[in-house]
Design a protein around this ligand. Structure first.
Ligand code: NDP
Length: 390
């Protein structure tokens, strides 16, 4: 709670109506709400009722829907409130460009790249949930943040865990990072069983409550694949320094291994508010009502190697990491098209990695990413090729 007269901290939430966005507003509320924070902008896409409700409740200056189609509904919902309204890609850039020193990047998919980049370029601290920024644009995105002068604060729970325990002063002794993966709902399923799964089964994550797309990506392990690429860029690692271990209980959020054999881990309940709160309060820590780990109730902690046959996504990620250039953008663009097709019933669950692999093979000789235009072009090309394969 800020003292009377103290200035409020201006922040923006891109993707405020989603799972990360609503959790972010929950943390904001618990850390003082409107008295502590000035909400510069909130953005959503189709959930206009929730976006309008959030904008009024938190007194946002600007509310933006990514969809031009929903502009008038948002305008009507906020008429008389004094809250400015915008729509479309330009509206998202306007939101990202508002005066706010901290921006939560929680739009799902490649749609989040341009607005997050706009916030990074003007020097905002970026709380990064949208992993696609790093998967697709990699070092170009890191460079944009560096030039802008803001901090990059990882929100993905695994990367936030590593961010919490990685000692930059001991980087010379850093050997590897180990990303943990729950294994998703199909961890113990056979290939035959996985061939005919429905969207409803695939989205039912055993431990985490997340948006639809990331839940299905967790089931196929494409989420972990994206996280491998994200981690390589974020922590400046070689591909062989990024490992994945299946850990079904999801209490160890990730680990860092050093040259003396020590392994440091961050643990906690599977609740994104810990990572969001850390990114919001960094370098301090906030008091959050997250369930505390009770080690006496945690009967066991298991580990197993990921199965490369049932989950080829991890191999594809490693290939993209080794290839470099625009391979991450190609993998992600093809994955988004295949995922959409699975959600709409036009592709089976196991078709997704096949489409991604074929697209990567067809586009293996695209030129390196010299600029963001190359990244967007590779993403577009991957989408065309993947769509043609479905
Ligand atoms: P959700 O699907 O729950 O929310 C996505 C947000 O993006 C919503 O605000 C949605 O608006 C908006 N949106 C959807 N499509 C577009 C578009 N085309 N242009 C602009 N905005 C759009 O996703 P999550 O919150 O689960 O995930 C957000 C990001 O964070 C993803 O990149 C995900 O990988 C990452 N992440 C998520 C975690 C989680 O626990 N959920 C954990 C770690 C990372 P609307 O709802 O109005 O349609």
């Amino acid at each position: 709670m800020t003292a009377a007269g103290a200035s409020r901290r201006p922040i923006t939430i891109l993707g405020s109506t989603g799972s990360i966005g609503t959790n972010t507003l929950d943390v904001v509320e618990r850390l003082g709400g409107r008295e502590a924070f000035e909400i510069a902008a909130l953005t959503g896409n189709g959930n206009i009722a929730l976006l309008a409700e959030q904008a009024v409740k938190f007194g946002a200056k600007l509310a933006v829907t990514a969809s031009d189609h929903h502009y008038s509904a948002l305008k009507d919902a906020l008429s008389g409130s004094g809250i400015a309204v915008a729509a479309g890609k330009s509206g998202l850039i306007e939101a990202a460009s508002m005066e706010a020193g901290w921006v939560m990047a929680a739009i799902v998919g490649t749609a989040g790249l341009a607005p997050t980049l706009a916030a990074a370029e003007r020097g905002a601290d970026i709380a990064l949930a949208n992993k696609e920024c790093l998967v697709s644009a990699g070092t170009l995105f890191i460079e944009a943040v560096r030039k802008g002068g803001g901090k990059l604060l990882p929100v993905d729970s695994e990367h936030n865990a590593i961010f919490q325990v990685l000692d930059e002063n001991q980087r010379h002794a850093l050997e590897r990072i180990i990303l943990t993966a729950s294994g998703g709902p199909f961890r113990t399923w056979s290939l035959e069983e996985m061939a005919s799964v429905s969207v409803a089964t695939a989205r039912a994550h055993p431990n985490w409550s997340m948006g639809l797309k990331i839940s299905i990506d967790s089931a196929s392990m494409f989420n972990k694949a994206l996280e491998m690429i994200e981690a390589m860029h974020l922590f400046r690692l070689r591909p062989d320094q990024v490992e994945v271990i299946v850990h079904p209980q999801s209490v160890i959020h990730s680990m860092v291994g050093y040259a003396d054999g020590s392994v440091l881990a961050q643990l906690g309940s599977p609740d994104m508010r810990t990572a969001i709160g850390y990114a919001l309060s960094y370098p301090a820590r906030s008091d959050l009502p997250v369930e505390r780990l009770d080690f006496t109730k945690l009967a066991r902690i298991d580990f197993e190697a990921p199965d490369p046959v049932r989950f080829p996504a991890l191999r594809l990620a490693r290939e993209a990491m080794e290839a470099g250039g625009v391979a991450g953008a190609v993998l992600n663009g093809a994955k988004e098209v295949a995922l959409e097709a699975f959600i709409e019933g036009r592709a089976g669950f196991l078709d997704m990695p096949v489409v991604v692999e074929k697209t990567m093979d067809k586009l293996s000789s695209l030129p390196d990413a010299g600029s963001m235009d190359d990244v967007f072009a590779a993403d577009e090309k991957a989408r065309q090729v993947a769509a043609g394969l479905l």
